[in-house]
Structures are given as C-alpha cells and as structure tokens.
Ligand binder design. Structure first.
Ligand code: FEO
Length: 173
C-alpha cells in the first residue's frame, strides 16, 4: 500500500499531467487561430501523450491500493504573443514537469518505496524526450523567424507527427 505522503505526491502529479493536457489543448486552439495547422496537429498528439501520462499514474496509484483524488485543473493561458512564445512556454512547462518528476522520484527514494522508485524511472526517461522535443522545436522556430517559407515548411513537418501508438507509450500504461 502507498504511504499517505507518497499517495498525495502521486495525486499532485496526476493533476500536473492533466493540466499539461489542458495547456496543450489551449495551444491547439491558439495554433489553429494562427492558421498553423501542423503545429496544432502536433499539439493534439501531445494532449494524448499527457493523458497517457496521467492514466499511467492513475493506474499505478490504484494498483498500489491507493486512492486517486482528482482535484480542480487550473485554466491554462489562452493566447501567446507569438507562435515562438507558445513553443517557449511549452519548453518551460516541460522543464517544470521534469522538476516535479525528479522531486517525486526523490520522495520515493526517501520514503524507501522501491516499487515507486522503479515505476517513476519510466517518467524520468520520458521527460528527457519531452524536453528534447520542445527544445528542438524552439530552436527550429528561432531559425525560421522572419522567413515565412521556412515557417510554412516547419509547420508542415510538425503536422506529420504520428499519434501515440498503442504499442508505444500507451503500452506502458
Ligand atoms: Fe507529461 Fe509532457 O510531461
């Protein structure tokens, strides 16, 4: 059974992941309004990724005979100063989530909960990819500033991001 302190920390992380999906859903709307349909498509996939993260944590808490306590999800920002600004916000958010996962992992170690420590290693690795994806796109966006043709090409490329595969991240849930 999960220790109460660990259970609370997992529930906080479920809320963080649900907020992440909310934030990226808001970016879907923003990019659609900017007529950047490829970026909106990329973010639609990211919304699904975040829901998978929340679901994975949700399932783990229950598997450990814990209680899931769903809390209110804060309203995300609805608009950004520019598409680049939105991507920078996505990168900053992933850095925040990495810090949350790191704290959660440290808590599992501190509370001598090896099952949670091992379970959270998947998230530690996942955050390397999450940050890397966002950082790469920020760098690409900076490269195409003032070059509409470049932005058009980048938007088209981002629109080809595949949906989360049932055998990919979903398999880990
Ligand atoms: Fe669930 Fe993007 O971290």
């Amino acid at each position: 059974m999960l220790k109460p302190e660990m259970q609370k920390a997992f529930n906080d992380q479920i809320n963080e992941e649900l907020f992440s999906s909310y934030l990226y859903a808001s970016m879907v709307s923003y990019f659609e309004q900017q007529n950047l349909k490829g970026m909106a498509a990329w973010m639609r996939v990211q919304v699904q990724e975040e829901l998978l993260h929340a679901t994975k944590l949700f399932g783990y808490v229950l598997e450990r005979d814990g209680a899931v306590e769903l809390k209110a999800i804060a309203a995300p920002t609805a608009a950004w100063d520019s598409p680049l600004d939105a991507w920078k916000a996505a990168f900053a958010h992933e850095q925040h989530i990495t810090a949350c996962i790191s704290d959660l992992h440290s808590k599992a170690v501190e509370l001598k909960d090896p099952a949670s420590t091992i379970f959270l290693e998947w998230f530690v690795t996942e955050q390397v990819e999450e940050e890397s994806n966002a950082r790469d796109i920020v760098a690409q966006m900076e490269m195409v500033q003032g070059a509409p043709g470049g932005l058009f090409m980048l938007d088209r490329e981002l629109g080809s991001r595949p949906a989360p595969a049932a055998g990919g991240n979903a398999a880990a849930t």
